[in-house]
Each structure stands twice: as structure tokens, then as C-alpha cells.
Design a binder for this molecule. Structure first.
Ligand code: 5AD
Ligand code: SF4
Length: 468
């Protein structure tokens, strides 16, 4: 078979699978169901939308129930407990498959890029039908076809890729907002992090492809996009001609009908003054910056290979707050990196107090195989780490609850996302700064931008009132 490009080839396999699924449908007298379970970050969620897009195109009906005909786990391996979670869930899946041997189980994502994981799966979890990685998710239809035709397990993992496959189907969880990949991979090699090994080298999508995708999304009802990359601030450096992230943002801003733009994640070492200027004058870029700190100790930052000091980080925070007064700044912090002393930890607490984060994701350091930090001396005892982690959490929570008070009794625009799961008759949405607001309203508001008075700050969220 001869194809002019990968997209055409995959569309061919989608059609082939369609025929096979149809004949099974007739055999069973019902539609086949597919369940994609996502672990990990926004990138994985976006990949899962693409995977589900391919599966629905093939003819599967989407379900959240793991008693499905096809179950796909899109895995994460950023910390050890992410892996443990998968092994636990696989035990549960095997029981379901015992009762339904025709069920197909597939695994993909970051964990599959680790050879020792695949070895373990092949040895102890032999009921898995398809294994693939992060670089070839666009192959799903081809791999499924191979599995259905051969009856054998299919394993297809790539070490890396330079390829970006455009224009395959995708399904969106929300009709009014969407993630948009602007780049893949990471070149930073922070010494604790496994991502560069499992997601490969940095590669940027062409601005025209990104703009076209967003235009199409807007035509289909999307008003908010989240531009996704491991380090969006280094977007476009390898393109010919190079494009800066700030320039890309200006092009996205010009798209008619688009109301809100978010992005993540920013690396402090690459955050430019140009970006701050573009954000400050923008009407659409949300007043939100996720700026991972990791540690407040310059000594540890060096060992982490982060390329900034405590002072440089705090200067960035000051610049952002000066240029964009209402900006919500959030962060990621790791506690218990090898060699972390009490003094290092106090430096982290100091930055947390000075930066006044709106919220912070705090993580206990997890040793990842083959990363430089895994070989470092002075791995910190669990009891010490736990004690520091609790102290950090107390400070983070206190500051973020004080921070949210600032907007109390102001009227802000909220993008309504869903009906509130806990309080009947309430809906939930987000402010520009990403804070969550719950207020009285019904499902007709979902997907709309509405003015809401923030009546009460409740720590991490607000209770509001719709302004008519
Ligand atoms: N241990 C703990 N946290 C980690 N992160 C990345 N690698 C590790 C690790 N080995 C955290 C970082 C990163 C976030 C996505 O996950 O804080 O910003
Ligand atoms: Fe990991 Fe650092 Fe890359 Fe983020 S920037 S994905 S922490 S290596």
C-alpha cells in the first residue's frame, strides 16, 4: 500500500477497523464501547482526546465504565506512585477480562517508554493486548487492526520522533474550551525529572497549523484555549524561521471569536520581558501564570539543573505582579530533593511567603530511574521529608486563603464550566486567574462568560452571585 503521508495511512486503518468493529457489532447485536482512562498531566488529557477521537471514528461508543469492549490506560510516570496506581488498576482490569475474554486492554503513555516497565508487564500482566508509547499515539488504529487480525499481542514503542502528525480526529471533553498542543517533548533535563526521557526532544508545531486548529475550534464553539507544552517559553526556537512564544500569542489573540487564552507550563529560565509585555496589553490572555519554582534554594536549583537563582525567580514574580496587577501565580514545589538541608527548605518557605502564590502543587521527591538525581548522595529520610512537606503545606494553604480574600466583593467574569456536583442548583466556573467560583445557576449557563460578584472567599474557591 502506498500513502502520501501518515495521516492518509492512519485514515486507511481507521476505515479497516471500522469494518471489523461493524461485524462484531452485528455478531453481538449491540454497539461496542471504549473507555480511555487518563493518568497525569494536561498533555496526557489532550492525547486521550485524540485517542478517543480515533476510537469513536472507528465506531466505538465512548463510556467511562471500565467494563467496556476496549479499555485504554494512558499512563503517567512522573512520580513512582503514578506507576503503582497503574499496577493496582491492572489487577482490577484482569478480573473484568476473566469474565469477558473478548475484551481488549491497551496501555500507552509515559510509563510505556520505560523498558523495565514493559518487561514487567510482559512477564506478570500477560493479558494486555496492545502496548504503545508517547511518540506514536497516532498509530492507534493501525495497532488495533494488527491486534484484531493477528490475534496476538501488539507492542510498538518508539525511542523518539521528529514527526508531528496533523489532522487526525479528536474528541473534546468540553464543547467551549480545549487544550491545544503547541510543542512536544522537553530539552531541559531537570535532574530529577523523567519527562525528557519519556517524551523525547523538544519540537514545535508550525504557527500556521496551530492557528488553523484554533480557528476550527472557535468555529465549533470553543471560546477558551489552553496552549500546551512542557516549556512554552522556548516555543519556536527550532522552527525555520524561528518564532517566539510571545509572537505566537499575538497571532492567537487576533483570532476573532476567541475569548480567553491560557498556557502552561512556563519555565522561569525562559520567561521573557516580551512575553510579560504581550500579556499586560492583551485583552484575551488570562491573568494567570503557572511558574514552577521546584526549590527556593539557589544551591539546590543548581543541582536540579534549573538555570535560575532564588533572586532571579523572585525578580520575575515582581515583574509579573507590577505589569499585570491581578495576576494569579501558581507553582510546583518539590520537597526532599537529595541533599536538601533544613536551610535549603527554609529558603523554599521564604520564596513561598514572598511570592504569595495563589496556589501551589507540592510534591514529595520521587526517585526516577536513570535520572541524574537518582544517583545523588544524601537521599532524604522519609520522616524528614514528610515533616517538611506538612510544614510547607500549612504555609501554602495559609497564604492562598489570604490571597483569595483580595477579590472578595468584586465583580469578575466567570466562564461557567459545569453544574456543581455537590450543591444542587449551583454551577461552577473559573475566573481569568483560574480560581474556581461556585454560584447559583443552571445548565443553560455552561460555556458562557458571565459577570459574578465574589461574595465569599473560601480558601481555594469563591461562593459568588450572578450579576444580572
Ligand atoms: N519527584 C517529585 N516531583 C516531580 N516532578 C517532576 N519530577 C518529579 C520527581 N521526580 C514535579 C515537578 C514538576 C511537576 C509536573 O512534577 O514539580 O513541575
Ligand atoms: Fe521535567 Fe524540567 Fe522538562 Fe519540566 S522542564 S518536564 S520539570 S525536565
Amino acid at each position: 500500500m502506498c500513502f502520501t503521508n501518515e495521516t492518509e495511512k492512519q485514515k486507511f486503518y481507521i476505515d479497516k477497523c471500522k469494518e471489523l468493529v461493524k461485524s462484531r457489532e452485528q455478531q453481538y447485536g449491540r454497539k461496542l464501547t471504549a473507555c480511555v482512562v487518563t493518568f497525569g498531566c494536561q498533555m496526557n488529557f489532550k492525547d486521550s482526546e485524540k485517542l478517543m477521537g480515533i476510537l469513536t471514528e472507528i465506531g466505538f461508543m465512548e463510556t467511562e465504565d471500565e467494563h467496556a469492549d476496549f479499555v485504554l490506560y494512558n499512563t503517567c510516570t512522573v512520580r513512582e506512585n503514578a506507576n503503582l496506581k497503574i499496577y493496582g488498576r491492572l489487577g482490577y482490569l484482569s478480573k473484568i477480562k476473566e469474565k469477558n475474554p473478548d475484551m481488549l486492554i491497551a496501555l500507552c503513555g509515559c510509563m510505556m517508554q520505560e523498558p523495565h516497565v514493559v518487561e514487567k508487564l510482559n512477564k506478570s500482566y500477560r493479558f494486555i493486548d496492545i502496548i504503545f508509547g508517547t511518540h506514536n499515539i497516532f498509530l492507534l488504529a493501525e495497532l488495533l487492526y494488527e491486534r484484531l487480525i493477528s490475534g496476538h499481542k501488539v507492542e510498538n514503542i518508539w525511542d523518539g520522533t521528529t514527526e508531528i502528525v496533523e489532522e487526525l480526529p479528536s474528541i473534546r471533553k468540553y464543547s467551549f474550551k480545549s487544550g491545544v498542543n503547541i510543542m512536544y517533548g522537553c530539552n531541559n533535563f531537570c535532574s530529577y525529572c523523567i519527562v525528557p526521557y519519556v517524551r523525547g526532544r523538544e519540537r514545535s508545531r508550525k504557527p500556521e497549523d496551530i492557528i488553523q486548529e484554533i480557528r476550527t475550534l472557535v468555529e465549533n464553539g470553543v471560546i477558551e484555549v489552553m496552549l500546551l507544552g512542557q516549556n512554552v517559553n522556548s516555543y519556536g526556537k527550532t522552527l525555520n524561521p524561528p518564532v517566539t512564544f510571545a509572537e505566537l500569542l499575538e497571532q492567537v489573540e487576533a483570532i476573532d471569536g476567541l475569548k480567553r487564552i491560557r498556557f502552561m507550563t512556563s519555565h522561569p529560565k525562559d520567561l521573557s520581558d516580551e512575553l510579560i509585555r504581550v500579556m499586560a496589553k492583551s485583552q484575551k490572555i488570562c491573568k494567570q501564570m503557572h511558574l514552577p519554582l521546584q526549590s527556593g534554594s539557589t544551591r539546590l536549583l543548581k543541582l536540579m539543573n534549573r538555570h535560575y537563582t532564588k533572586e532571579q525567580y523572585l525578580e520575575l514574580v515582581t515583574k509579573l505582579r507590577t505589569a499585570i496587577p491581578d495576576i494569579g501565580i501558581t507553582t510546583d514545589i518539590i520537597v526532599g530533593f537529595p541533599g536538601e538541608t533544613e536551610e535549603d527548605f527554609l529558603e523554599t518557605l521564604d520564596v513561598v511567603k514572598k511570592a504569595e502564590y495563589d496556589s501551589a502543587f507540592t510534591f514529595i521527591y520521587s526517585k526516577r530511574s536513570n535520572t541524574p538525581a537518582a544517583q545523588m548522595p544524601d537521599q532524604i529520610p522519609e520522616t524528614v521529608v514528610k515533616e517538611r512537606f506538612d510544614r510547607l503545606l500549612t504555609v501554602v494553604n495559609k497564604i492562598s486563603s489570604e490571597k483569595t480574600k483580595h477579590l472578595e466583593n468584586t465583580i469578575r467574569e466567570v466562564l461557567v464550566e459545569e453544574e456543581n456536583k455537590k450543591i444542587q442548583g449551583f454551577v461552577s466556573g473559573r475566573l481569568s486567574n483560574n480560581s474556581v467560583v461556585h454560584f447559583k445557576g443552571d445548565s443553560s449557563l455552561i460555556g458562557k462568560l458571565v459577570p459574578v460578584k465574589l461574595k465569599e472567599a473560601k480558601g481555594f474557591y469563591y461562593i459568588g452571585e450572578l450579576v444580572n
